[in-house]
Design a binder for this molecule. Sequence first.
Ligand code: LMR
Length: 365
Amino acid sequence: MNKKLLSLLLVGLLTVFGLMLVGCGGDDTTTDTTTEDTMTEDTTTEDTMTEDTAAATSGDVEYTIKFAHVVAENTPKGQAALEFARLASEKTNGRVEVEVYPNSQLYNDDEAIEALQLGTIHMAAPSFSKFTGFVPEMQVVDLPFLFESVEQSREAFAGPMGEYLNGKLADSNIMLLAAWDNGFKQLTNNRGPVNAPADVENLKFRVQESDVLVSQMQAWGASAEPMAFSEVYNALEQGVIDAQENTYSNIYSQNYQDVQDYLTESNHGLIAYAVVTNPEFWNGLPEDIRTALDEAMAEATEYNSTVAGQINDENKQQLIDAGMEFNELDEAGLQAFRDASYPVWDEYADVFGEELMTILEDYRQ
Ligand code: LMR
């Protein structure tokens, strides 16, 4: 067993042990609502899904689903995860409890995907970029200036692009349950307003762990440091990096306004989430539970689409109110960034393959 796998297993076991202690101590300051008999798991999929055979009466928790993600609760993903948990409980009369662990409390995204494959957790919703090391085609969503609107990205996820990526995930033993929105990424930095690629030259940007995003920054004349989301604030504060790209909701909820001065609306790329589960786990659930969870997921996805735009709009204004110097790229600036970005498309054409690239031609700006 390699070292990383071993450390994941250890983290999983320590988490379970920690939660058992919490359960015994009745500490209600945590978000954990786990009862002792849901905590009998080890690291296999079947065993992590505790079935309380004695609990046949309505209202007793029979299935506990651990859902880990990295953002704050007051974000589009954070809210949708909580809504899914509420709906899952409601639609199963309390037989299913979804424990949502936000803020990288359990794992960063890379670790969460591995933990999901191992069955230590049952659900995760990493951005498409985070699957790069598992299913490289997923980072297609990172191609700069791929989509013009969030609506268009939803169509793509529901159409041939989504189908294609779904097939690739299935080959890696990951099941896609839904695609959730966040919104478009914007630029922040500490040097000055950004109006054209020349303004980001030699800035060191944190990017998500995606090769396409590294290439994008290099194509703009900047440099890129792939880094887990939970490490970004400190890296900005300590000057390890001087810039980053993210959605308004992620910028605001992580308080980057405290460590970054300039905010530029560039809408150059999307952050969307692949809500995933372990197929062995999901298909092992009784049919009535699966049907209820599918309904809960459809409704939570609808809810996510409704709130994502609202939260990002509100957070944009809050960032401006907090004193960030704000500007929008004008048409000439946007075109200069588009032109600088197109070589990245060519660079990845072979990685993504002809079939996927042909599907993308419908969207490319
Ligand atoms: C990031 O790492 O910046 C994002 O993927 C975080 C998230 O889940 O939105």
